[in-house]
Design a protein around this ligand. Sequence first.
Ligand code: ADP
Length: 216
Amino acid sequence: MIQFQHVSKRYPPGINALSDIDFEIGDGEFAIIGGHSGAGKSTLLKLIAAIERPSSGVVLVNGQNVGALKRAAIPYLRRNLGLVFQDQKLLFDRSVFENAMLPLSIAGFPPREAGKRVRAALDKVGLLEREKAMPIALSGGEQQRLAIARAVVNRPNLLLADEPTAHLDADTATEVAQIFRDFHQVGVAVVIATYDGASFAGARQIVLAHGTMTSS
Ligand code: ADP
């Protein structure tokens, strides 16, 4: 599903965020990317999602060379990806339901089918009863669950999350981690950048230090 072949990423003016990264993640696998702050975890996820392009090497996702995709092809790649990234904020002037609906509205889904998908996604993350609530009324854990619901309404086969348990207490972090495990159980591949190894114990670990892989 994901292959990194001798991938390096250098940001201007010359920061080597990743150096010669080589690994493979299979269909339906659950993997966490570990390592210290600045190790290159977010950069690795951004390369998978074609938010950044590799400086050298090849990144394959679902058989596509995502580093070489034309700009116009990127929305098609993203349709198969669920992203739970910090910079994808919830809209605080829209309800829980409307937030989860957003990717489908943008894709021009017929409202009836979209509504069914939104309710199914909210149900999976345990927020169905809060569909009319505004995000401000949700706890931190619930907001994170809403971000996950929004990421999965397109029914992606790959879910990427960047530090999804940051700022949550240990019990809430465990609950959020369980939601990712539930998606993995039904066949979705999950890749999570996190320093919170405890919440994701048992998952395959790819560990980075200063942009190089120390274990996989
Ligand atoms: P992590 O997610 O493990 O904290 P990052 O992938 O965010 O690590 O960052 C890896 C390195 O790349 C760090 O030295 C960081 O400062 C640098 N970096 C990340 N993004 C950029 C960017 N857009 N421009 C320049 N340097 C960046």
